[in-house]
Design a protein around this ligand. Structure first.
Ligand code: TYC
Length: 102
């Protein structure tokens, strides 16, 4: 139950129900230097894609400039972005990975 502006008590379904969490998509961006094989490995390792799906997503990014790797709650999505960026920098690749509200 929630007080409204007049002080009356308003029973709100919103206050009683647990809303689903906002979701965020992790997006990989294309570039001219990161090897295709590295992107496929990233999609398998961090986004749990099988080889075929990882290859399809990588090729979509390569041709369209960007692609959704997965959709997660905010903390999980942000952690995946950091892990992917760290792995890319370690390997010396310029791969870019961003988080977007779904
Ligand atoms: N365009 C890269 C190449 O030709 C491959 C690539 C795919 C890079 C997806 C980044 O997110 C990416 N080697």
């Amino acid at each position: 139950r929630v007080e409204d502006g007049q002080g009356a008590v308003v029973a709100e379904r919103q206050a009683q129900r647990t809303e689903p969490p906002r979701m965020y998509q992790v997006v990989l961006l294309n570039d001219d230097y990161t090897p295709m094989e590295f992107v496929v490995l990233v999609l398998q390792e961090y986004f749990l894609r099988d080889l075929d799906t990882a290859t399809q997503i990588m090729l979509k990014i390569h041709h369209e400039g960007r692609g959704i790797c997965g959709v997660y709650t905010k903390d999980v999505a942000a952690t995946k972005v950091e892990l992917v960026l760290a792995a890319a920098r370690r390997a010396g690749h310029p791969l870019q990975c961003i988080l977007e509200a779904a």
